[in-house]
Design a protein around this ligand. Structure first.
Ligand SMILES: [Zn+2]
Length: 116
């Protein structure tokens, strides 16, 4: 940063005076009384402008099922495969390294002898 580019404190504060976040205006649902974004469907009951736009009971059930499946997936991934991977990978890696090293040693020795 060059001094030429530096702003005064008042300049910086002036610029930042417009950075404050404004509260989102919310309107009240005519059906259930919950707050929702204006000109948007109520996320609690699915009503918009006095009529039902979306059947949220089935949507909520689907979402619950999806979330449950996801939770089970995460639980399965988090608990079971990690120790399995560790248990499986270590002996396999050892075996492969041993065999590979043996194979490499044998293969290395043979061409070395052939070359020399
Ligand atoms: Zn509502």
């Amino acid at each position: 940063m060059v001094i030429r580019m530096r702003h005064t404190r008042s300049h910086t504060k002036n610029r930042r005076s417009h950075h404050a976040l404004k509260a989102v205006p919310l309107s009240v649902c005519s059906n259930c009384g919950a707050h929702h974004r204006p000109h948007h469907m109520c996320l609690d009951c699915g009503f918009y402008n006095g009529r039902q736009v979306m059947d949220l009971s089935t949507e909520k059930a689907k979402r619950e099922a999806r979330m449950q499946a996801k939770r089970e997936m995460i639980k399965g991934e988090g608990s079971i495969p990690q120790p399995e991977k560790n248990e499986v990978s270590e002996p396999v890696a050892e075996d492969t390294t041993k065999t590979e090293t043996k194979a490499k040693k044998t293969t290395k020795k043979k061409p070395a002898k052939k070359v020399e």
